[in-house]
Design a protein around this ligand. Structure first.
Ligand code: NIG
Ligand code: FE
Length: 436
């Protein structure tokens, strides 16, 4: 006899955006709220959601035979959070650059001197696949404990065919073994490796000739990204890489207008990118291009915060004037933003981007899912979607950006299974192959 797998009750308030496409402009603030809610889950999918009495009344006699019921204890629930821009897999760390940073040496100058991204390239090339896997696995555990159930992970610290493949294979193994879903992006065009210094076009040729075909034929990535920035890859080089990637079936993404407004947003529209990321310096023309091209702006307030910049992405203009579907992300990486904490990003989106709690929720769930092509499957608590849910020890949604610097996540349900409860990873999440 058919029984419902799991019934969640005692949900003080459930908050979710709705739909299978990203929410634009003022729609970002429209979040469904259900007091005293219940969610029924079967085979990893949501089969019913609503006010508890309604859900109980709607269940058929068979469905009402529940295999397991979990009382959430009056806490609040949101969709599992989605982090659509991370540089998860890398070797080493860069705390040795802190003194230089604090004495005012700009981010791009550190890179030009062979440090920054290139310092991480050195360690990533040296580290074994297992070492990279173990470090990334620990980071994924942190993300899960914060309430994140799906992330995107970029390569780009290998910058040679073998080392890029090594990173992407680690991401694939993590996707197979860790509870958090890992969606892969090839970002061989993240910096110019030392051996190609002054020969950027030659390096672009290698990306196109050697890397893209192998990454695509091994099915190691869904997306292709590039750091379109002054002194890194210019617009023409970015166009070549993204269009060639597209020929191999990789959907374009772009790091655009982070430090200098080079025209990356306009290029995003031109090449049909799914998302453009950073966008701190983007002009009105760039924002119009994003709107015209249905490109999702992925904002990374942790990066501007950590780089100590005064200027922030113009989230209010993006939402109010250009009606864009803003998404948020950690940009977790060992240089410009060494944090796995999506809850820090939630606070910074409120403080520095002036986003409202409901907008922030949409940006961290449905719109973030859309930025990695997953809005039909995750990002909201609705019938048919995957049962990825986060439970916070908080009285309401606004409490998350308000009470800052601590982790509010009490529990996480991934694919209908409890993977975090009482702030602790359940065994399945920590098993994997990673040695802790
Ligand atoms: O998104 N901007 C380029 N890439 C990363 C930083 C990588 C690093 O510093 O290691 C970013 O911020
Ligand atoms: Fe990045």
């Amino acid at each position: 006899m058919k029984k419902t797998d799991l019934l969640l009750t005692g949900i003080g308030c459930l908050y979710t955006p709705e739909g299978r496409v990203p929410k634009c402009g003022e729609e970002m603030g429209r979040v469904r709220q259900i007091q005293d809610a219940a969610v029924a889950i079967d085979q990893g999918r949501i089969v019913m959601v609503g006010q508890k009495d309604e859900v109980m009344a709607a269940l058929t006699a068979e469905e009402a035979m529940i295999k397991e019921t979990l009382d959430v204890g009056g806490r609040i629930m949101t969709p599992g959070l989605v982090d659509p821009h991370t540089h998860l897999v890398h070797g080493g760390s860069r705390e040795h650059e802190l003194a230089m940073k604090r004495s005012g040496v700009p981010y791009l100058d550190i890179l030009a001197q062979g440090g920054g991204i290139l310092s991480t390239v050195k360690s990533t090339r040296q580290w074994s696949e297992q070492e990279l896997y173990d470090k990334a696995h620990r980071s994924l555990d942190e993300m899960l404990l914060q309430g994140v159930t799906t992330i995107e992970a970029k390569s780009g610290y290998g910058l040679s065919l073998d080392a890029e493949l090594k990173q992407l294979r680690v991401a694939r193994r993590l996707q197979e073994n860790h509870s958090v879903d890992v969606v892969s992006t090839f970002m061989g065009a993240h910096a110019i490796p030392a051996e190609y210094k002054g020969r950027t076009n030659d390096f672009v040729d290698i990306i196109i000739r050697d890397m893209l075909p192998t990454v695509a034929s091994e099915g190691l990535a869904e997306f292709c990204d590039i750091f379109c920035e002054e002194g890194v890859f210019d617009v023409e080089q970015s166009r070549r890489v993204l269009l060639e990637g597209k020929r191999y079936g990789l959907i374009p993404k772009i790091h655009a207008d982070e430090i200098v407004a080079l025209g990356g947003s306009e290029l995003a529209q031109e090449v049909g990118a799914i998302s453009a990321e950073h966008l701190v310096m983007t002009t009105d023309q760039g924002l119009s291009s994003l709107a015209a091209g249905n490109v999702i702006p992925v904002l990374l307030p942790g990066t501007t915060f950590n780089l100590g910049l005064d200027q922030h992405a113009r989230a209010r203009d993006m939402i109010d004037k250009f009606r864009l579907p803003v998404a948020l992300s950690t940009d977790y990486n060992p240089g410009s933003c060494p944090t796995e904490s999506i809850q820090l990003i939630i606070m910074l989106a409120s403080l520095n981007l002036k986003m409202q709690p409901e907008e922030i929720l949409t940006a961290c769930t449905l719109n973030a899912a859309a930025a990695i092509g997953r809005a039909a499957d995750i990002g909201s608590i609705e019938v048919g979607k995957r049962a990825d849910l986060t439970i916070f020890d908080a009285p309401n949604l606004a409490y998350l950006p308000y009470h800052f610097g601590i982790n509010h996540t009490f529990g996480v349900i991934k694919n209908g299974t409890q993977v975090v409860w009482n702030r602790t990873l359940k065994t399945k999440a920590v098993q994997g192959e990673g040695v802790r």
